[in-house]
Design a protein around this ligand. Structure first.
Ligand code: SF4
Ligand code: SF4
Length: 465
């Protein structure tokens, strides 16, 4: 038997011991390729790299790793560890020597802290960090093993080959940094840079890979890890230190409901006929157009489903800015069931109706006029009716879907003048605004628009959002 055959036998035996057959293993490697944005032709290379590392692991070639648990709900650990049968996450955990993880380690107390310290002294380890750092009360807002969290991170980062921030809390403070942020939650990258600028740390900050989402998708973490093991380098990163192949495309780009968005077919109320038809969830708060992650491709729960497919609007948990406080996904996206005001494309902001025009020609005007009807019947006032309206929206009614702005944008495209003083929110002026909208519609020969406004008044009365 050749060495290769021996290795192959050993590897298959290793898989078998963990209840995984060869076919499943290759399927799981295909999942990693998808998460990494690689073509399926990369699957054999991924499989080979994993095999070598697993075989290598038997001779002590495991990559050392520490997993710090800071201020968090441990959801990212759960996400990675809660697998019903051994899958790629389990197998890859066999590739690293996880020397310290408060939630997963069997050991505890002084022996576990000693293992962490030995690993730091030896260097060359991957440092996974879950949760936000807390600067509040001079750092005492977070203490672990009688040490401040900020001291733990400063020390643990000192000898790491790379820091992998798992989940939005570690990336930019996440939900814990949401206003008013009494504990001073902050992401790892921003904190280390502050500490460096203040002269509290003298070493070069190791490369940081930010992997947001709440919780982190295990496939994303595994993909980063496999990329590191496969190529010996970290994946290509964007300006936020997030893997480009995962976080440089919007949810909206890959959403199966996208066709409904472009047709102006929206769900306005849960339990409605539109929802049953699988229409676009934009009007009930989907943040997919502004959220960058490949969730529709990688999906969740071993690829079985993902948020929008399950009927829930994307809450935008991938949105993170590791360098700016206050740009966390919760502050930006709540109330979660309230629709986005407009959508950014190439640095410009557009109403969805405007985008629909670009895609479908004249549909934009119909949407804008239809928006007046929605506005009049209250369907766009606060997203779903069981969530409180955000104060910003109350103060800026003109920027809501169906606003005068949408009509102006549409009219501008069509070369039709619209009076500057259209106001839709004030009751006294609403009828006039609607009349003006109808005039715009007539001017550009969208004959059904007035009818649709009347229909909205009658069919949606008392039932809209
Ligand atoms: S708005 Fe949301 S549900 Fe609609 S197409 Fe975009 S991502 Fe999909
Ligand atoms: S679809 Fe949206 S809410 Fe769901 S995990 Fe992805 S980014 Fe988060």
């Amino acid at each position: 038997m050749t060495t290769k055959e021996i290795c192959a036998t050993s590897f298959d035996g290793l898989l078998e011991k963990r209840g995984v057959n060869r076919r499943d293993f290759l399927k799981l490697c295909a999942g990693v390729a998808t998460a990494l944005g690689l073509s399926q032709t990369a699957v054999p290379r991924i499989a080979e790299a994993l095999e070598e590392k697993v075989i290598g692991a038997t001779s002590g070639a495991l990559a050392p790793a520490l997993w710090l648990e800071l201020a968090s709900c441990t959801g990212c650990t759960e996400s990675l560890a809660q697998v019903d049968t051994p899958d790629i996450a389990t197998i890859v955990l066999e590739l690293i020597s996880l020397n310290y993880a408060e939630t997963l380690s069997a050991g505890a107390g002084h022996s576990l802290e000693a293992a962490k310290e030995e690993t730091i002294q030896a260097g060359g380890y991957l440092l996974f960090i879950e949760g936000a750092l807390m600067e509040g009360w001079n750092g005492d807002a977070l203490r672990i093993a009688d040490e401040r969290g900020i001291d733990i991170v400063e020390h643990a980062a000192s000898n790491a080959v790379a820091i992998i921030c798992a989940g939005s809390c570690a990336v930019d403070g996440g939900w814990q940094a949401a206003y008013p942020n009494p504990g001073g939650a902050i992401g790892i990258q921003a904190y280390l840079q502050k500490a460096k600028d203040a002269g509290r740390i003298e070493y070069e900050i190791p490369p940081i890979v930010n992997v947001p989402l709440c919780p982190a998708n295990p496939e994303h973490l595994v993909a980063v890890l496999v990329d590191y093991l496969l190529l010996g380098t970290l994946p290509a990163l964007n300006q936020f230190n997030m893997p480009s192949l995962i976080f440089d495309q919007t949810i909206h780009d890959n959403c199966p409901r996208r066709g409904h968005f472009e047709n102006g077919e929206f769900v306005y109320r849960f339990g409605s006929e539109e929802e049953a038809k699988g229409y676009c969830l934009y009007a009930v708060g989907c943040k997919g157009p502004e959220t960058k992650s490949n969730c529709p491709i990688v999906r969740w729960n071993r690829g079985s489903a993902w948020c929008v497919e399950s009927g829930a609007p994307c809450a935008g948990c991938a949105t993170a800015n590791p360098t700016r406080q206050g740009f966390n996904w919760v502050d930006l996206n709540t109330p979660f069931l309230h629709h986005l005001k407009n959508i950014g494309i190439g640095g410009l902001r557009f109403e969805p109706a405007f985008i629909a025009f670009a895609v479908a020609g004249v549909v934009v005007v119909a949407l804008a006029i239809h928006g007046f009807g929605m506005k009049k019947t209250g369907r766009t006032k606060g997203g779903a009716d069981f969530e409180l309206e955000r104060s910003w929206d109350r103060e800026h009614p003109d920027q809501a879907l169906g606003s005068a702005e949408a009509a102006r944008a549409a009219a501008a495209v069509m070369g039709v003048a619209v009076p500057e003083d259209i106001e839709v929110e004030a009751e006294a002026e609403e009828a006039e605004a609607l009349a003006e909208a109808v005039e715009v519609a007539e001017a550009i020969e969208v004959a059904e628009a007035p009818t649709s406004i009347v229909e909205d008044e009658t069919t949606e009365e008392g039932g809209g959002n």
